[in-house]
Unconditional design. Structure first.
Lengths: 309, 320, 268
């Protein structure tokens, strides 16, 4: 079936004018599967609501998060009660500050720590792990031993030490959490890279003459992203929990900044005085967000699993 | 002995309903060896899996599979278990993955005997040894103690065959048993099948897409395409006198080693996508000479007996 | 050294270390000789068929020639230049002329890239300054040449059948106008009725573009059809090599005779 040159030229001109058919990528299939998962979709919706709350909420706030309402001091359990008229929608805390604004601020900071922390972990971990896994040999050994050493350091201890020595600040919190969170990701990515490296399309790319780093960027990392995405959505709650724990201990963000952990800590401390709202409101947002993230992670895993391989 | 009537198998998938098998009927007598020939998407594997109840959960099966006067589709799981391996056994395609990598050969073979015949470990081991000899494995005693990864592909397939005949079943189903094996091993395995079916008086259902190996080992042949039977009959009759264009095409694609070709003969087009089956005759997208009616999708696939014991799809006979 | 051979392989040997079944890491690793002492010459425009069974080392030779694996000893000459164990930088020039088609059509394509990106990857690797329109034009032209519709250019590999995926692989190998294409069992994973289509395509492309092939297969009938010369491999060593009709009509070696006699014949 030898097609003549002239015929090909005219054929190609004719056929090139037909509009190309749209392709159905694997991400598209995964997206459809994700949206069919009701639990994941509901969780996504709830999480978006919480995010919107942090942006739109301040419009309705009548008190700022630092202002002290002198009128409720002295008898918080009756005067500091959540009410719409007084403008304290969520009530006040022990010092007379509006809990609504404080909860908004706490949500902002906790989510930021979680999401930015997870992003850093994903970026650093993916690049580190894929390079180690792809090049193998001595480079891999050295890189992974560094990871092993860093992992074996009791990081809560180091974190607390850092915060005590250098003072409490959000930056220090990021540094501390960031130092540790990418390690797991690097290990996972390295493992995935080892199996992707053996696939025939990577061999084909080497045969074509593609540069090693371009192979990592174009062939290996896109095929890892499924696993990375799932793990990242589980990293975010982990970070939030770590930060909350630190704040609960009193070592996290400094006043007047606050986070869920700090709010819950304060709320728990005043429970027996009958001011339950101080605990329940931050706890509610905390729990909702974490549950949503877990369900989204589950949904992502189901959507990205097995047919993609 | 085995009679399949109007079998339909559909699968519910997120992309749509996959009609794997469409209205298939045929009979298998005692001591008859049947070859089922077809490519990917023809439904041959799903057909035999349905006999043993091995289909996935999202399968909908209609029709009858009558084995010794019992409809296998109506049996419950524990009743079906009494038939599996004991009366009807199956050899899967890939010998690499059909043996448990964590169990020694001895334990995997004994498991069948202990479960079905209630033998003790010692009796089972003796019988397993006897079976390994029957499939011409030389070092049977040592092989029994080996793990699957220590054996070659050909050896593993022989072990699978030994496991399938260990209870002396009436029907042995072999799903593309030689596809992943080398050509020298392939001929040995086919010879082995011939000997075993004679010695144990079993019937063989051999699934393959390789026309070359069936001519020596089977009595009848069934050609499937798109979930339907295209041609069915005695093997010499069909191979010497193929009536269906698909059968003709498959026979022509086997290049004869003794001839020289300028170009290999092919069947145009690609195998069917089972979610979007074209209306009318399933073969019309690949038929070399479809009639006008057929091209429009107005014809219906139905088997008719063109000559005694030689059935062919009516649409395609009309098109030639 | 005369200039008449396109590819010249002299005493090629490839080894790799394999893990023992023992669990102690200080146990000496077993050395497996994948191929030993392979020598052959290839003329331009001819096809060398390499036949043998699983594990005989056919794919190893292919990977050694395209420099994907390390060679233990021996030399490979491409147009009289020694390309044995060449560094990546120096090898890149030669990669334009030596390409490969792989066995599993779907696995040899990156599932996250669409057809256009897959076929144009060699172009953007070697000619980074080429304009987008030119690349698109060349990709579409090649898709027609291998029998694909150019409007499928945005589709992804899993939306194609096995035969079509192999055509994409062939288009990708052809786009740099190579001189030598190594076909590593290109039709083994395809249905029988599609195998003929791909084989015919390969043959017609060879005539059209004056290609040289190394055709690796375990199917002797296809090897006979495609090749001019045949090399029979057994456990990494050449047992017989020669012009194809001589090999098939007068096989000398025991193993070759065994292979030819095991070919199932239709009893018609």
């Amino acid at each position: 079936m030898i097609i003549l040159n002239k015929k090909i030229k005219t054929l190609s001109e004719n056929l090139s004018n037909i509009d190309p058919v749209k392709g159905r990528s694997l991400w598209h299939d995964a997206r459809i599967r994700f949206f069919k998962n009701k639990a994941a979709l509901t969780s996504l919706f709830l999480l978006i609501c919480v995010l919107l709350f942090t942006f739109i909420g301040p419009i309705f706030a009548q008190w700022s998060n630092e202002e002290i309402d002198w009128s409720v001091l002295g008898d918080i359990s009756t005067l500091g009660y959540p009410s719409i008229e007084s403008g304290h929608y969520f009530g006040t805390d022990e010092l007379g500050r509006d809990l609504y604004s404080r909860v908004i601020q706490g949500t902002k900071i906790s989510l930021m720590v979680g999401i930015v922390g997870a992003l850093i972990a994903v970026t650093v971990g993916t690049i580190y792990g894929s390079i180690a896994g792809y090049f193998g040999g001595r480079i891999d050994s050295v890189m992974m031993r560094i990871v092993d050493i860093l992992m074996s350091i009791p990081y809560m201890f180091v974190l607390i030490l850092l915060l005590v020595i250098f003072g409490r600040s959000i930056l220090m919190l990021f540094v501390g959490i960031g130092l540790v969170s990418w390690l797991d990701m690097a290990r996972i990515v390295r493992g995935q890279t080892l199996s992707i490296k053996k696939k025939e399309y990577v061999e084909a790319a080497i045969t074509i003459g593609v540069n090693h780093f371009v192979i990592i960027r174009r062939h290996i990392i896109p095929n890892l992203l499924g696993v990375v995405a799932v793990y990242a959505t589980l990293l975010v709650p982990g970070m939030i929990l770590t930060e909350s724990f630190i704040s609960f201990l009193g070592l996290g963000v400094q006043e007047p900044n606050t986070s869920w952990g700090a709010l819950i800590s304060e709320g728990a401390g005043t429970m027996r005085y009958g001011t339950l709202w101080q605990l329940l409101f931050p706890l509610f947002f905390f729990v909702i967000s974490l549950f949503s993230l877990f369900f989204i992670g589950d949904g992502l895993r189901d959507a990205l699993d097995p047919k993609d391989r | 002995m085995l009679e399949i009537n109007n079998l339909n198998i559909n699968f519910d998938t997120p992309e749509g309903v996959v009609k794997a098998v469409n209205d298939v009927s045929f009979k298998l007598d005692k001591n008859q060896n049947l070859a089922i020939v077809g490519e990917s998407g023809s439904g041959k594997t799903q057909l035999v899996y349905s006999i043993l109840g091995l289909l996935d959960k999202n399968a909908n099966v209609n029709g009858e599979i009558i084995y010794n006067n019992i409809n296998l589709l109506n049996l419950k799981e524990y009743e079906l278990n009494k038939i599996r391996s004991k009366r009807i056994s199956i050899i899967f395609q890939d010998p690499m993955t059909s043996l448990n990598p964590y169990m020694r050969i001895k334990n995997q073979m004994n498991e069948i005997l202990i479960h079905h015949l209630g033998s003790t470990n010692v009796e089972a081991t003796k019988e397993s040894l006897h079976m390994l000899d029957a499939v011409k494995i030389n070092d049977a005693k040592n092989i029994l103690n080996c793990y699957p990864h220590e054996l070659s592909g050909g050896m593993r397939q022989r072990v699978m065959i030994a496991m399938s005949i260990i209870c002396k079943p009436e029907i042995i189903i072999a799903d593309e048993p030689t596809t992943s094996l080398d050509v020298t091993v392939q001929s040995q395995i086919i010879d082995l099948f011939n000997e075993i079916t004679k010695e144990f008086n079993s019937s063989l259902i051999l699934i393959t897409h390789n026309m070359g190996i069936i001519s020596t080992s089977c009595d009848s042949i069934m050609v499937m395409y798109g979930g339907k039977i295209m041609e069915l009959g005695d093997i010499n009759e069909v191979l010497n006198n193929p009536l269906h264009p698909y059968t003709k095409g498959l026979l022509e694609t086997v290049p004869n080693i003794e001839e020289n070709y300028e170009e290999l003969k092919t069947i145009k087009g690609d195998p069917l996508n089972m979610i979007n089956i074209p209306s009318g005759c399933v073969f019309r997208t690949r038929c070399p000479n479809p009639s006008h009616n057929c091209k429009e999708g107005n014809t219906v696939n139905k088997l008719i007996e063109k000559t005694p014991n030689h059935w062919v799809d009516q649409c395609c006979v009309n098109c030639i | 050294m005369s200039n008449k051979y396109l590819l010249s392989v002299k005493k090629l040997s490839v080894e790799y270390k394999s893990n023992n079944s023992f669990i102690f890491p200080w146990e000496k690793k077993r050395i497996v000789k994948a191929v030993s002492n392979i020598s052959f010459n290839l003329n331009e425009g001819k096809t060398l068929g390499i036949v043998g069974e699983t594990g005989c080392g056919k794919s190893t030779i292919a990977k050694a020639i395209v420099n994907i694996i390390k060679i233990k000893s021996g030399n490979i000459y491409w147009r009289d230049k020694n390309i044995t164990n060449l560094s990546e930088k120096l090898m890149k020039e030669h990669r334009k002329e030596i390409q490969m088609i792989f066995q599993d059509p779907l696995a040899s394509l990156n599932p996250r890239m669409n057809v256009g990106e897959i076929i144009s990857e060699p172009l953007i690797t070697h000619f980074p300054d080429m304009t987008r329109e030119k690349i698109q034009h060349k990709v579409k032209e090649l898709m027609i040449n291998v029998g694909l519709l150019p409007n499928q250019i945005n589709r992804y590999p899993h939306e194609f059948s096995g035969g079509q995926c192999q055509r994409i692989g062939i288009a990708r190998a052809l786009i740099l106008n190579p001189k030598l294409i190594i076909c590593d069992e290109p039709v083994s994973a395809l249905d029988v009725s599609i195998q003929g289509q791909v084989i015919n395509l390969l043959k017609s492309l060879q005539k059209k573009y004056k290609l040289t092939y190394i055709f690796i297969t375990h199917d002797l009938s296809i090897a006979k059809h495609m090749s001019d010369n045949i090399m029979v491999l057994y456990f990494g060593k050449i047992v017989e090599m020669g012009e194809k009709n001589k090999i098939f009509n007068q096989p000398q070696h025991q193993y070759t005779k065994k292979l030819i006699s095991s070919i199932p014949k239709l009893k018609i």
